[in-house]
Design a protein around this ligand. Structure first.
Ligand SMILES: [Fe+2]
Length: 473
């Protein structure tokens, strides 16, 4: 039985492709259908099942489109209710796939419908278990507030999670491989490892949540402490995952429309259209951009930042790409978090825009050394660190205020548009996003510090003493 892990770095998400004797199953597919269709075709296999571990909150999964194209059955665990046809598997139910089987284990906790899938090969061995957001490597799924409904509290969910882990996952063979749905960088847990799989035995030794002598009460406190509110797009993605959405093919055909500079300009000036510049940091700062554009570079945590910052999921979006061959990838990546209303891209890129003689907007750019020298000389009006508060409190440059990018929409009223801002983050991606949003909202004088905190630490900038982040909890 073939089990392949399909890792998507931007979302820190792992989908799975399983195949045996001409029958295939996909677990937790992303929005796009092509990669799965290609894999099955290469194996000469028919996709029979699409298994979901739960209603994802951090991306829109592609089960509906994929089932429509393949005739596969969509399987969710108990309690899942959707607008489209699904099969609700029962705890312990066995699904035949080629010469092997897949057993649904109902493992509520992260959400109530959460389920894990145990793979059994033709010899009756169980090489791996797909744990979804029940068990991660080094962590467990957060009791999911985004899908909280009715009377169930976060503590109730944590209690269910404890029982699921102790009764369903921990009794599995020690050498079984744990394949989770997320890795480091996802907001679905607090403390995930950058490893994408591990043996259960090793997790029992190293994962705090599986400690043998942990009581239920201790577990509940541990997993519910320090939970931040989920990113704003999470409830929207859950809703979309229960509904029938615009098909990915339709989203792609609309989003990949080439817009000539004059049309792009006209659209960019409409109040309800947002321009997103997806190019590299260097291209954005050196060449400048279309006035009012936000920078969210495609080569970074693109989709989660779109989701965190663009408050209207139906926002009309037009975008600038570094090259035309990345256009469909960009539209796909918007749609992975439910932003389906992309209307097209700037044909010929920023050079074509410049050729027309249209205006260019630029944020300032400063080296870490210049920042430090000017800070010490008292010449920086508003030096700001846009990292998370936990990062800031653990270590920061003295005299620099914290204004986290995560909360920029909620706190923007605190910004004085007449002042000069100097922004840094950890390495330069988030500060450029923030700088572009400052600029788009009327701050004329905004400068990005290249290389961020990492580069600043190599200058003689005054760094505060380390404060243990746990004191923040
Ligand atoms: Fe999740």
């Amino acid at each position: 039985m073939k089990v392949e892990q399909l890792f998507t770095g931007c979302l820190a998400e792992m989908a799975y492709y399983i195949e045996s004797n001409g029958e295939a199953a996909i677990v937790d597919p992303l929005r796009e259908t092509e990669p799965y269709l290609r894999m099955a075709e290469a194996d000469g296999a028919k996709i029979k099942y699409i298994f979901l571990t739960h209603f994802h909150a951090d991306f829109v999964s592609g089960q509906y489109d994929l089932a429509k194209k393949t005739g596969a059955t969509i399987v969710f665990g108990p309690n899942a209710v959707t607008e489209y046809e699904i099969y609700n598997g029962k705890d312990g139910e066995v699904f035949k796939l080629g010469k092997g089987t897949i057993t649904l284990l109902h493992t509520p906790g992260h959400t109530m419908e959460s389920s894990s899938y145990l793979i059994t090969d033709e010899k009756g061995n169980t090489p791996c278990v797909l744990t979804g957001d029940c068990l991660f490597i080094g962590d467990v799924g957060r009791p999911d507030l985004a899908t909280k409904s009715g009377e169930i509290t976060e503590a109730d969910l944590a209690g269910y999670l404890y029982d699921s882990l102790r009764n369903k996952i921990m009794p599995l063979p020690d050498d079984i491989i744990v394949y989770p749905n997320h890795g480091a960088g996802s907001s679905c847990g607090k403390n995930m490892s950058s490893e994408t799989f591990d043996t259960l035995a090793n997790q029992k030794k190293t994962n705090y949540a599986l400690r043998a002598d942990m009581t239920k009460e201790e577990f509940i406190v541990e997993v519910t402490t320090g939970l931040k509110p989920p990113p704003q797009y999470f409830p929207n993605n859950v809703k979309m995952n229960k509904s029938i959405n615009t098909s990915i093919d339709e989203v792609l055909s609309k989003g990949t429309t080439a817009l000539d500079p004059a049309t792009f300009k006209e659209m960019s000036e409409q109040k309800d259209v947002l321009v997103i510049d997806t190019r590299s940091k260097e291209a954005y700062t050196e060449e400048g951009t279309v006035p009012g554009a936000w920078f969210i570079g495609i080569d970074g945590s693109f989709a989660p930042w779109v989701g965190a910052l663009v408050t209207n999921i139906q926002q009309k979006i037009i975008f600038i790409a570094e090259s035309d061959d990345r256009v469909s990838e960009i539209v796909t990546r918007f749609s992975r978090v439910g932003y389906d209303n992309t209307l097209g891209y700037l044909a010929g890129g920023i050079n074509n825009w410049k050729t027309q003689g249209f205006d260019i907007d630029k944020v300032g750019s400063m080296s870490a050394k210049e920042f430090t020298d000017n800070l010490k000389a008292g010449k920086l009006e508003k030096p700001v660190d846009v990292r998370k508060d936990t990062e800031y409190l653990s270590e920061h440059v003295e005299g620099v205020e914290n204004f986290p990018l995560d909360a920029i929409n909620a706190n923007f009223a605190q910004i004085d548009t007449n002042k000069a801002y100097y922004l840094h983050c950890a390495s330069g991606y988030r500060s450029l996003i923030a700088a572009s949003i400052f600029k788009a909202n009327g701050v004329e004088n905004v400068t990005d510090v290249r290389g961020g905190f990492k580069a600043l630490k190599e200058t003689d900038a005054p760094i505060t003493d380390y404060v243990c982040p746990t004191t923040l909890l």
